[in-house]
Ligand binder design. Structure first.
Ligand SMILES: [Zn+2]
Length: 277
C-alpha cells in the first residue's frame, strides 16, 4: 500500500539498508520532488524517506524543490516530518559532533519559493488565497521532545534549543557574515532548514529539525575556514548514531490522530482556496 505516516528528509544513509523498501514516484502541482519516496516500515511505523539532495546528491540547497518535497510527503499520508541536516557551529562550544535540536530559525535565504499561498493558479485551475501562517515557533514542540529523548536514550547529550540560521549557499559564509550570525544570536548555520520548516507548517505537518554540527563556521574558528572534506568526514563518523536516534524518534512519535500540538491548526479560520493533498 502506498502510504506512510512519518516522513524523514535526509540522505540515503538513513534508509538504504532497510528491507522491503518500496520506491514510489510522486508528482505534485509544483513539479517533481528531489527524488522518489522510499517507503518502508520502521519501529512498527510506516515511514517515507526522501533524499533531500536527490540520490547521488546532485541538487544544491538552493535548487531543491522544497514545495514539491513537502507536498509529496503529505500526499502519501505523512503528517509528521523529521528533518536531519548538517550544519556549521556558530559558537566554539558547538564543535563537530554536536547534535542540536533547534527551537528557532532565522531565514537568510534569498531566492526560494517559500509558500504555497503565492496567489498563482495550480495546474487544476484552483488559486490559493492570501494566507498568513503563524510561525512564531517554527518547530513541533512534541517532535523536539521526542528527538531529545531519543538522543538521550542513545547516550548522546543533545543541545536542547538554539537558533538555526539558514543561508542561501551554496557557498559557505565569510568570516564577517559568520560573526554577525553569531552576534545576532545564531547557534548553528545551515542551507536547507528553510523553507522546509515553513512549508511543513503551511501543510499542517509537524516538523522537527535535528542538526548535526560537522564543523565550526568561519567566524568561530581560526583555521582556513570550512572545507568540504571536513564536513564529509564528521558526517560519516556520526551518520550511524544519528540514524539510531532518528529511528528511535520515529518509534516514539505520537500517532497522527493523537497529535495535541498546534502544528495542524496553523490555518484554523482561514479559507485556503486550494485543497491540501
Ligand atoms: Zn506538531
Amino acid at each position: 500500500m502506498v502510504n506512510a505516516e512519518i516522513g524523514v528528509i535526509g540522505g540515503s544513509g538513513f534508509y538504504s539498508f532497510l528491507e522491503d523498501v518500496t520506491e514510489v514516484q510522486v508528482d505534485t502541482p509544483y513539479g517533481s520532488p528531489s527524488d522518489s519516496l522510499f517507503l518502508g516500515e520502521l519501529a512498527g511505523r510506516r515511514v517515507a524517506f526522501l533524499p533531500r539532495h536527490g540520490r547521488g546528491h546532485h541538487l544544491p540547497p538552493h535548487r531543491i524543490n522544497y514545495r514539491a518535497n513537502l507536498w509529496a510527503l503529505r500526499s502519501v499520508g505523512v503528517r509528521q516530518v523529521l528533518g536531519p541536516c548538517a550544519v556549521g557551529g556558530l559558537r566554539e562550544e558547538y564543535g563537530p559532533g554536536t547534535l542540536l535540536v533547534p527551537d528557532q530559525l532565522v531565514d537568510r535565504t534569498k531566492a526560494r519559493a517559500q509558500t504555497y499561498f503565492d496567489g498563482l493558479p495550480l495546474p487544476d485551475g484552483t488559486i490559493p488565497n492570501v494566507v498568513h501562517t503563524t510561525f512564531a515557533d517554527p518547530y513541533c514542540p512534541n517532535g523536539r521532545k521526542v528527538a531529545l529523548a531519543a538522543a538521550d536514550g542513545r547516550g548522546w547529550q543533545a543541545v536542547d534549543g538554539g537558533t538555526m540560521v539558514v543561508i542561501e549557499g551554496p557557498r559557505f559564509s565569510t568570516r564577517a557574515e559568520s560573526r554577525w550570525h553569531a552576534a545576532m544570536g545564531g547557534s548553528v548555520v545551515g542551507m536547507t532548514g528553510h523553507p522546509e520548516a515553513v512549508l511543513a507548517r503551511e501543510l499542517g505537518l509537524c516538523y522537527t529539525s535535528l542538526t548535526l554540527v560537522t564543523d565550526l563556521d568561519a567566524g568561530a574558528e581560526t583555521g582556513e575556514g570550512v572545507s568540504h572534506t571536513e564536513v564529509l568526514k564528521v558526517f560519516g563518523e556520526n551518520v550511524a548514531r544519528l540514524r539510531e536516534v532518528l529511528f528511535d524518534a520515529v518509534g516514539a512519535l505520537p500517532a497522527a490522530e493523537d497529535r495535541d500540538c498546534l502544528c495542524g491548526h496553523a490555518h484554523d479560520g482561514w479559507e485556503l482556496g486550494i485543497e491540501l493533498p
